[in-house]
Write a protein that binds this ligand. Structure first.
Ligand code: PLP
Length: 285
């Protein structure tokens, strides 16, 4: 695989980052994951805009322009022959060659930028989407700036491990009695034709897929209600689903072992997945 590190395209075995990099030592880094379908980038613009916001919120300098970012994405997709897959992008604050809690001087310390591709044939036509996934509820003990897409992914990883141990596919996070989101996706349920999801705030990541899916649902005359909801409400739903850049719209068919509907992907989740894949592929660049 060819990867990109700080202005250079290199074989992955030759790519190097300092051991003092704050991304490595302190998770002082932000990231984006963009899907590739048919060799094209899905919603690149949405990811570029959110990256800028994450950087701004953390007083981190942008390592390059949006146009340069697009060029790097496209080049990696091309040289690695990615037809279906992902582009991972990470920007960290870099380092001034030592470990310190205080941020290094931005005048003399450049951010570190790394990109690589992941080949994922069958991403769109995934068996999981045909079958639907199962989730369990776990406490949300993450920090309170979940709107910033940082690489602090230890708890989400632990959540996925808890799910795996319980024989489930993923976990939904609960705070103060309400569902925040999935470990790496936004969460929804459908009851009596209404789609319910948590409103945007610092409590959840502002999903690029969430935004697109909500616009498409509205255009398809589906009713969406943004409000707090409990896991018990979701367990009594007709259907449920999650959204993310790599899973698109993924039906959820059971919560804490409670089967939703007839235990197969719901009508609205399936329809939204179709609409999302079709429309975002049309708009892909
Ligand atoms: N929520 C969390 C915690 C995530 O990590 C992600 C994606 O990684 C999402 C939601 C979905 O966001 P997006 O649709 O932009 O991929």
């Amino acid at each position: 695989r060819t990867v990109y590190v700080n202005g250079e395209y290199l074989p992955e075995t030759e790519a190097k980052v300092s051991i003092f990099d704050r991304g490595f030592l302190m998770a002082d880094a932000v990231y984006e994951v963009t899907s590739v379908l048919d060799g094209k980038l899905i919603d690149f613009d949405g990811h570029a805009v959110r990256l800028k916001r994450s950087l701004d919120e953390l007083d981190m300098a942008a390592p390059c322009t949006k146009d340069e970012l697009l060029e790097i994405h496209r080049k990696l997709v091309e040289v690695n022959g990615i037809v279906e897959g992902l582009v991972y992008l990470q920007v960290s604050r870099g380092s001034d060659g030592d470990r310190d809690f205080v941020f290094p001087d931005p005048e003399t310390t450049k951010p570190t930028i790394v990109l690589f591709t992941q080949n994922k044939p069958g991403l769109a036509n995934s068996p999981a989407a045909q079958k639907g996934i199962s989730v369990i509820a776990i406490p949300d003990i993450r920090w309170h700036r979940r709107d910033i897409k940082t690489t602090q992914l230890l708890y989400p990883s632990m959540g996925k491990m808890m799910a795996k141990k319980a024989g489930a596919d993923d976990a939904w996070l609960i705070e103060d009695g309400y569902v925040t989101e999935g470990t790496s996706n936004n969460a929804y349920f459908v009851k009596d034709g209404k789609i319910v999801t948590r409103p945007l705030s610092n409590d959840i990541l502002h999903g690029i897929t969430r935004k697109a899916v909500m616009r498409m649902a509205e255009e398809a005359q589906m009713e969406i209600v943004e409000r707090l909801f409990t896991i018990d409400e979701a367990k009594e739903a007709d259907e449920a689903f999650v959204t993310s850049a790599s899973a698109f719209v993924m039906p959820v068919v059971s919560i804490d072992g409670v089967q939703l509907g007839d235990g197969t992907p719901g009508r609205i989740a399936k329809r939204l997945r179709e609409i999302y894949l079709e429309e975002s592929l049309q708009a892909a660049i």
